[in-house]
Ligand binder design. Structure first.
Ligand code: ZN
Length: 132
């Protein structure tokens, strides 16, 4: 599944709207029902309005009614310097995904695939538990 998710993320990265940075990112999010949700970065002339690939994938899945996920792959950058999820995406993923969820990341090309977990990327995530 890891390679399938990376391949899907690499394919959708081609659709990135990144005219300002020319930094293509793709994400493939595996829901617990086996469906795969894709996202790419969507930049904006007002840079703060830009949306990352991971959140694009997650928000599409949420809009379709999905709530549980089992893995995500993110691709961007090079084999030597691959993109990993930014801080905002780590926090947003933590709303729906367990700290044990595998996170695969890799460059747009190359054979190296890094494997970590959401919890390793975002220890002590804010949960809002005291708000409930
Ligand atoms: Zn991000």
């Amino acid at each position: 599944m890891k390679q399938k998710l990376i391949s899907a993320a690499r394919e959708v990265a081609k659709n990135a709207y990144c005219k300002y940075s020319n930094y293509h990112v793709g994400a493939a999010l595996l829901a617990d029902d086996g469906t795969i949700w894709l996202g790419c970065n969507v930049e904006n002339s007002s840079f703060g309005a830009t949306n990352c690939a991971e959140r694009t994938a997650l928000f599409s899945a949420i809009a379709a009614g999905k709530r549980k996920f089992s893995a995500i792959a993110v691709v961007g950058g090079t084999d030597a310097e691959p993109a990993s999820p930014c801080g905002i995406c780590r926090q947003v993923l933590s709303e729906f995904c367990s700290s044990e969820m595998p996170v695969y990341f890799a460059g747009l090309e190359g054979d190296t695939i890094h494997t970590t977990t959401l919890g390793e990327l975002l220890p002590l995530a804010f949960s809002g538990a005291n708000l409930e």
